[in-house]
Design a binder for this molecule. Structure first.
Ligand SMILES: NC(=O)c1ccc[n+]([C@@H]2O[C@H](COP(=O)([O-])OP(=O)(O)OC[C@H]3O[C@@H](n4cnc5c(N)ncnc54)[C@H](O)[C@@H]3O)[C@@H](O)[C@H]2O)c1
Length: 340
């Protein structure tokens, strides 16, 4: 069968992983890269020997393209996704699917109406230690989950230096989608209600009116999950990300420190101590390796094999509903019921 012809909209930090994966996956062909920023888009298009397109509407019009990755900022996924779906293209959208429930609903309804795949990129569904624990839960080795505690945080340079748009996002949109999906996937359920607390202080003093830290307790009825995030870890912390998952089950306990990959690198030259996370995304003799690229390859496999992705349409939508409820709980200082 022919290769799936793909385009990537958003040639930023994560867009490059999508481009690199399509360019190197035998069943895919990267045919266009789109970015409003001409310099970035053209540089990446040159690197992958493909064409650059400034306006995403031109990608939608191109009948040759089968599939599109939408890798624009968190709040800028809806219009592009809908335009692609209405033009008959399957879409892999970065997490979060959207930052408003109405937007995610419109995206899901459009995908259903068009009979196309719309998959949200929750890459922990492909993260080997997490998948191995999911398999143990499914086999019944651990009994039932009764409490989960997860933490996903970034160094402060992520909101302060990496993005011009972090003030329109926040750790609840940039980081929580991953662990909200994780606890729902593990429990095979969605929470009934949430109570959350957030603090704005350090980033606010730096001109960003967004939360520094958030803690949210999701009530699943027979179990609960505590989710924590910080976007203000000092830059001299040894790893970019802090990612911890702890499960108390009826017959066991699991503790995963996902970023501790057993590698520490210290350099006297620039006075650094690093804990690199090579398994997320790296290149091994020019072959893309890592769990960040696995869902992108899997999206191609679903198109080739005409199978429904294991990340369902509703998983992306419900994730947005839960995070909106978390925001509401912080703002209104009360427990919020979640209608799923
Ligand atoms: N799955 C993950 O673990 C993961 C990790 C990092 C980022 N992300 C997500 O990926 C998305 C992009 O993040 P990033 O880190 O690559 O950000 P980025 O700022 O590096 O890149 C975004 C790019 O989109 C471009 N853009 C914005 N609006 C556009 C439009 N209308 N048309 C074309 N291009 C447009 C910008 O010019 C920019 O180059 C975000 O939603 C983010 O949350 C996911």
């Amino acid at each position: 069968m022919n290769k799936i012809k793909c385009a990537v909209v958003g040639a930023g930090i994560f867009g490059e992983i999508h481009c690199d994966t399509y360019a190197n996956y035998p069943d895919a062909q990267l045919v266009a890269i789109c970015d409003l920023n001409e310099k970035k888009g053209k540089e990446l298009a040159k690197k992958y020997n493909t064409s650059y397109i400034k306006d995403y509407k031109e990608i939608a019009k191109n009948k040759e393209i089968d599939a599109v990755s939408v890798v624009t900022p968190d709040f800028a996924h809806k219009n592009i996704t809908i335009e692609m779906l209405l033009s008959g293209k399957n879409v892999l959208v970065e997490k979060p699917m959207a930052t408003k429930v109405e937007e995610a609903e419109e995206m899901v309804n459009t995908a259903k109406k068009m009979g196309l795949i719309l998959m949200t990129d929750f890459h922990n569904r492909f993260n080997p230690p997490i998948v191995s624990i999911k398999e143990k839960i499914e086999k019944g080795d651990l009994g039932e989950i009764i409490m989960m505690s997860t933490k996903l945080s970034d160094k402060i340079s992520v909101p302060l230096k990496w993005f011009s748009w972090s003030g329109q996002s926040g750790p609840q949109w940039f980081l929580f989608p991953h662990i909200v999906d994780l606890v729902c996937w593990f429990t095979k359920d969605f929470p009934k209600s949430v109570y959350a607390k957030g603090i704005k202080k350090v980033l606010k003093n730096n001109g960003l009116d967004i939360y520094d830290v958030i803690s949210a307790t999701l009530d699943f009825g027979n179990s609960f999950s505590i989710l924590e995030t910080s976007w203000i870890i000092p830059d001299n912390w040894p790893s970019l990300v802090e990612f911890v998952v702890d499960l108390q089950t009826s017959k066991g306990k699991v503790h995963m420190d996902i970023n501790n990959q057993g590698i520490m690198v210290c350099s006297e030259l620039n006075n650094t101590l690093e804990r690199p996370a090579y398994t997320v995304n790296s290149s091994v003799y020019n072959h893309t390796f890592g769990y960040a690229s696995l869902p992108i390859k899997y999206f191609i496999d679903c198109l080739k094999e005409k199978k429904e992705p294991l990340i369902k349409l509703e998983d992306g939508l419900n994730n947005v509903k839960i995070i909106c409820a978390i925001e509401k709980s912080i703002e209104e200082e009360r427990i919020i019921k979640i209608e799923i």
